[in-house]
Design a protein around this ligand. Structure first.
Ligand code: KIV
Ligand code: ZN
Length: 497
């Protein structure tokens, strides 16, 4: 079996999604989670694009020791200089540079010709080589690039020093057969291809990103570019959890990865919470229904033999229902023990705050499961250091009554109170909150999801608001969905103030 290198681009291609932007502290937290999961290469950003991206790469480079830290550039010398600067502290660094190679990109994006693009490709690799030996070249829109020209470019950039050649299906246009054949063509037609690793980078516009990635691997690619939860531009990228579990479950693919699969669910939750991007319930591997059997026939089959209807052992991806039950009588130590079991490290203050939430939840929910714990930890981290907090909420609603909400907020240590009506309990609550914060807040999106099962379950709420043209996101989870809604709005507003 040969090793498949896992290149995670959640912090670059994933973070390009509107609304998924992270601050430096959040990026460091995610980079550490990716390193703990044993991702080989972490692409952390596009440093020339913003001071925020630059700074995040600097800070991540200081703390990550095992994974290679990668920065993206265009085929432009200034970009490469800035990337090299940002990677200064990285123990292991990679520059990812490249240019569009399809007729569409050459004619319309660059208004150029094939020969000029070939020379620019060679030049950028040679230039980047002065900063590090580890150079990855991407042929943007390789999915729609003719194979003959693509081979010429790939041959030339390997001669110039590229050690990894990335073949992106930028627009998610290829079918698995076509993408696999493209990789095979390069292996058979690029004379020096054995001097570089071929990488897949597949987008999901037609829902085929993971299938294309696997087709690329079957045909010889030995690096896969992926994101957690498949997050990314438009319909997203190939999902790390899908590629890794396909390889683990299907030995006939013939490769292995070093990924610690038991960390998959936890990392998926972290990304969903930090990026305020819910995971669809039926999402392969990490959706809340991924291992739920609802029909009687399936339940019976699974009870007799799990493998009748499950091809993956849920514990392999970190779906572990706890054996020691947590109840309202459990102490901080028991709670912390369970967080540690799930590899969640909370500092003293975070544990105190998580414990408060745990007690409230344990009071109104029979059974606290791992999903609840992941949620409590995520919400705790989201809410720490908020300048505005929800202190009190009382709602009156029901058939034939005017919904009214009374809200108390703590704003910079001061308690303030308002009562408002609305066309429903959430609307009344939001009106009261808006009255207290004296900001023009336009609600753009409001999403409520149940986490697992049962009417006593925790509901997750994501909101998106607009203030003076800027967009802010808020998140919370609570068994009381009106409280979760209020907290999510407060979480979003606290980012304006
Ligand atoms: O999709 C793409 O082509 C990319 C490249 C910049 C690697 O993300
Ligand atoms: Zn991409």
């Amino acid at each position: 079996m040969q090793k498949l290198y896992l290149f995670d681009t959640t912090l670059r291609d994933g973070e390009q999604v509107p609304g998924c932007q992270l601050n430096t502290i959040e990026k460091i937290e995610l980079a550490k989670a990716l390193e703990a999961m044993k991702v080989d290469i972490i692409e952390c950003g596009f440093p020339i694009s913003s001071p925020g991206d630059f700074n995040s790469i600097v800070e991540i480079s200081k703390v990550i020791k095992e994974s290679v830290i990668c920065a993206l550039t265009r085929a432009v010398e200034k970009d490469i200089d800035v990337a090299a600067d940002a990677l200064h502290y990285a123990k292991r660094k990679r520059i990812h540079t490249g240019i569009g190679t399809s007729d569409m990109h050459i004619a319309h994006k660059f208004r150029s010709n094939k020969e000029d693009i070939l020379q620019r490709a060679i030049a950028c690799v040679k230039y980047a080589k002065k900063y590090t030996d580890d150079i990855e070249f991407y042929a943007e829109d390789a999915g729609r690039t003719d194979n003959e020209y693509l081979s010429k470019v790939i041959d030339a950039v390997i001669k110039a020093g590229a050690t990894v050649v990335n073949i992106p299906d930028t627009t998610g246009y290829c079918t698995p057969y076509e993408y696999g054949e493209k990789i095979k063509y390069l292996i058979n037609n690029v004379a020096n291809i054995d001097k570089a690793i071929i990488s897949t980078h597949c987008h999901n516009d037609l829902g085929m990103a993971t299938a294309n990635t696997i087709a690329g691997i079957i045909n010889g690619a030995r690096q896969a570019e992926v994101t957690i939860n498949g997050i990314g531009e438009r319909a997203g990228n190939s999902a790390l959890e899908e590629v890794v579990m396909a390889i683990k479950s299907r030995k006939d693919i013939g490769v292995y990865t070093d990924i610690d699969t038991k960390q998959i669910l936890k990392t998926s939750r972290l990304v969903s919470t930090l990026m305020r991007m819910p995971v669809q319930p039926n999402k392969a591997i990490v959706g809340r229904n991924a291992f739920a059997h609802s029909s009687g026939i399936h339940q019976d089959g699974v009870l007799k033999n799990r493998e009748s209807y499950e091809i993956i052992d849920p514990s392999d991806v970190g779906v572990n229902e706890s054996l020691i039950t947590l109840t309202a009588r459990s102490g901080r130590a028991a709670l912390n023990h369970h967080f540690k079991r799930l590899s969640i490290e909370l500092n003293h203050e975070e544990l105190d705050s998580a414990y408060d939430k745990f007690l409230k939840l344990a009071d109104c929910k029979k059974e606290i499961n791992d999903n609840d714990l992941l949620e409590i930890a995520g919400v705790t981290k989201t809410k720490m250091n908020q300048r505005i907090r929800l202190k009190f909420l009382q709602v009156v609603c029901g058939k034939s009554s005017v919904p009214m909400a009374t809200v108390k907020l703590i704003i910079d240590g001061e308690i303030c109170c308002a009562t408002s009506s609305g066309n429903g309990p959430v609307d009344a609550t939001f009106n009261a909150i808006k009255a207290l914060v004296h900001r023009k807040v336009i609600l753009q999106e409001f999403l409520v999801q149940a986490i697992t099962r049962g009417s006593d379950d925790v509901g997750k709420v994501h909101v998106q608001i607009e203030n003076k043209g800027d967009v802010f996101y808020g998140y919370s989870a609570n068994t009381d969905i009106i409280t979760a809604s209020a907290e999510a709005l407060v979480n979003a507003i606290s980012k304006i103030i």
